[in-house]
Write a protein that binds this ligand. Structure first.
Ligand SMILES: *[C@@H]1O[C@H](CO)[C@@H](O)[C@H](O)[C@H]1NC(C)=O
Ligand SMILES: *[C@@H]1O[C@H](CO)[C@@H](O)[C@H](O)[C@H]1NC(C)=O
Ligand SMILES: [Ca+2]
Ligand SMILES: [Ca+2]
Ligand SMILES: [Ca+2]
Length: 695
């Protein structure tokens, strides 16, 4: 009994500030704890104090990793100790108790539990808990006092040596060194304690302010010695702050250039030091001179005449560097230079910036085939590059694909083009091979995609037309001469004229405008049509045609290209055909698109014109040629369709040499048809399309 009472007193004497607050012990102590008993205990230390548990007795059932009965101690919820078994007082005192300590102001909790059985009786545990002051000066290296630290119960405070005062942060000792020297036009400034070592943790601000037409200049003399790191960084630093920027930081043993021109009449000199070192500092004399203008008006430019400084009233020409242009009040201009004057304030006026030329994003209509490769927001500054491409393989890019932003603000291609390129439809090609030769009158059925430029006209009467780009088709004038106000409907991407467009890929094309060649003469009311000179017309569609493998344009021949006698070509159409069993007897219009290879005939053969229906004679003109082959010809209802060279399967590109125009009745089996000579109309076609706009 004596022993138990005296122990806490011995322990308490170790720390003068310790205060015993109470006891904690297992249920039933010291007679022994029951199975399934438990105890939860928790206390917190007041601010600036720590809490300790001191066990004086421990006797629990021992088990592997204390899994049966145990005492667990937590500091702020983190497990710091697990105990079981029997421990002697000395062992508790030397190895267990020193760990049972909270952080300053923190909490300890203790959890005791026993399982369902004990093989023999165990007395349990007993301990007391104390709070004691936390000695921040001794035990906390982060206490933050830059000079002296004083511990007291529940806290601590900092203090400073003579000559320093405690900063508002209550930890840093600093010196008062800031001075307002406004109005003085000359004087001296040095580091605090000059010529002795300067103070630690200094933050000195010297304010200089003189009349606006003057500038302050600093003349350094004597030792210059500010602490500098091994990496050259300033540990202690001198800075000269003006409205337009900061000179420095300066440090090390090399004084700033002397005199140091500030170009300013309002200057703050800032001197900052860290908590260590014994460097000497700096000394300078300040005075004023007339304000001069600096040799830089704005970045990215040069001045003429070139000087190191400029007097008040002097004018110079600012020339922006290559690729830069003048920005006036936020707006980029096209000019690269301007004249400016040095003001009494030492400032240049005007002082417009030279900024990098911006070519902007080139304008491309929204649904155009042309697009910019890469990002949606391309870089558009001087020297940046953009690349164009066509979004469909049925188009080719006409011109260069890569453009650079030039110094003049225009996009320019490698070959010097400044117009953006165009996507033009690939012409005269088909994706499918021609497998066998065939005929129209005596012709062969075309497969889908073999003659992708051939368009079908059903109303008002059956005829053909040829696609020449993604907005225009060409046909014979007489096919469309009596339309009036009717809108013409053409069908593309098909070979079977009876295909119902709702259930297939047939493309329906609506005419917006039909332009008949001005030289084509009107039908005479009595005699019907007897003059087929200039039998050519252009059809503009209401919208751009979606090109595909079965719908592609034919190329136009070179202007005035001459056709050679016996030159082979291919004519195609949905016109009348002969019956197989009874050649010479014509059927109605063909269901399938047919084609035949025929040859251009000589002028003599052509001049020998046949009569057309009604025994009428037709004039043969230089705007026509005639062609045919044994058993092969174009026929009624083929009108307006294409005659292309070379003949299909010879390999593209194919050119539209002729338009089916007129001929003797097919029943006469003369096998000679007349065609509009397209090469004679190239200029008219191009001019017409250009004046209507090709997009
Ligand atoms: C002690 O706390 C634990 C969990 O934290 C709980 O399971 C147990 O019932 C508590 N014991 C008492 C006596 O409150
Ligand atoms: C250009 O477009 C074609 C498809 O039209 C594509 O195959 C090609 O890769 C594109 N080129 C670039 C550089 O994006
Ligand atoms: Ca037990
Ligand atoms: Ca304290
Ligand atoms: Ca220092």
């Amino acid at each position: 009994m004596m022993l138990r009472l005296s122990l806490p007193l011995i322990l308490l004497s170790h720390s003068a500030y310790s205060m015993l607050l109470g006891w904690v012990e297992s249920p039933g102590y010291p007679s022994g704890y029951l199975p399934h008993s438990s105890l939860n205990w928790s206390r917190c230390a007041p601010k600036g104090h720590t809490l300790s548990i001191r066990l004086i007795h421990l006797d629990l059932e021992d088990s592997h990793e204390c899994e049966n009965d145990a005492v667990k101690v937590y500091s702020n919820g983190n497990l710091i100790s697990v105990l079981c078994g029997k421990r002697e007082f000395e062992e508790l005192q030397s190895t267990v108790n020193p760990l049972l300590l909270s952080s300053p102001g923190g909490c300890l909790s203790l959890h005791f539990y026993s399982d369902f059985s004990n093989t023999k009786r165990h007395t349990g545990f007993r301990g007391f808990y104390t709070v004691q002051d936390f000695d921040e000066c001794e035990d906390d290296p982060e206490n933050g006092c830059t000079q002296f630290c004083h511990n007291f119960i529940g806290g601590y405070h900092c203090s400073c040596r003579h000559g320093y005062y405690l900063d508002a942060d209550k930890h840093t000792c600093t010196v008062s060194c800031s001075k307002d020297l406004s109005g003085l036009t000359r004087g001296d400034i040095s580091s605090p304690s000059w010529p002795g070592s300067y103070a630690e943790n200094a933050n000195c601000e010297y304010t200089l302010s003189v009349a606006p037409n003057l500038q302050l200049e600093l003349h350094f003399s004597g030792v210059f010695d500010l602490e500098q790191g091994h990496d050259g960084q300033c540990i202690d630093a001198l800075r000269v702050e003006t409205r337009t920027g900061t000179l420095g930081p300066f440090c090390g043993n090399t004084a700033p250039p002397s005199p140091l021109l500030t170009y300013s009449h309002n200057v703050k000199i800032r001197f900052t030091t860290d908590g260590y070192g014994t460097n000497k500092g700096f000394f300078f004399h300040f005075k004023t001179t007339d304000k001069l203008c600096p040799p830089v008006v704005t970045l990215h430019s040069t001045l003429a005449p070139e000087k190191s400084e400029y007097r008040q009233g002097q004018t110079v020409t600012v020339t922006c560097d290559q690729g830069y242009v003048v920005n006036i009040q936020g707006v980029q201009t096209l000019s690269t230079e301007y004249v400016t004057t040095c003001q009494v304030t030492g400032e240049w006026a005007p002082d417009n910036a030279c900024e990098l030329v911006d070519c902007g994003v080139p304008e491309i209509p929204e649904d155009d085939i042309l697009y910019l490769v890469g990002t949606d927001t391309p870089h558009t500054k001087y020297g940046d590059q953009i690349q164009f491409n066509c979004s469909s393989k049925y188009y080719t890019l006409e011109g260069d694909d890569t453009y650079s932003c030039s110094a003049s603000g225009e996009w320019v291609s490698g070959s010097g083009q400044s117009q953006i390129p165009k996507c033009t439809p690939v012409c005269g090609m088909h994706e499918k091979d021609i497998s066998s030769i065939g005929r129209i009158l005596g012709g062969q059925d075309a497969n889908l995609g073999e003659i992708p430029w051939h368009l079908l006209i059903k109303e008002p009467s059956r005829g053909g037309a040829s696609l020449i780009n993604d907005r225009w088709a060409i046909t014979a004038a007489h096919v469309v001469e009596n339309l009036g106000d009717m809108q013409l409907v053409l069908y593309g991407g098909l070979v079977n004229a009876q295909t119902r467009d709702r259930f297939s890929d047939v493309v329906v094309l609506n005419s917006e405008k039909i332009i008949i060649h001005p030289g084509f003469s009107k039908e005479t009311p009595l005699r019907g049509r007897i003059d087929f000179d200039n039998d050519i017309a252009l059809i503009r569609f209401t919208s751009r045609v979606n090109l595909g493998p079965n719908l592609l344009p034919i190329c136009l021949p070179e202007a005035n290209r001459a056709l050679v006698t016996n030159e082979q070509g291919t004519v195609s159409g949905w016109g009348k055909t002969e019956t197989k069993r009874d050649p010479g007897k014509l059927q109605g219009a063909s269901r399938m698109l047919k084609y035949a290879h025929i040859a251009v005939k000589s002028l003599d053969q052509c001049r020998d014109t046949p009569t057309i229906e009604g025994n009428q004679h037709v004039r043969f003109t230089d705007n026509m040629f005639c062609a045919g082959a044994d058993g092969k010809d174009s026929c009624q209802k083929d009108s307006g369709g294409p005659f292309v060279t070379p003949y299909l399967s010879a390999g593209g590109p194919y050119y539209l040499a002729g338009i089916v125009s007129w001929g003797p009745p097919c029943e006469e089996r003369k096998y000679k048809g007349y065609y509009t000579k397209v090469a004679n109309y190239i200029d008219w076609i191009k001019e017409t399309i250009d004046s209507e706009g090709n997009s």
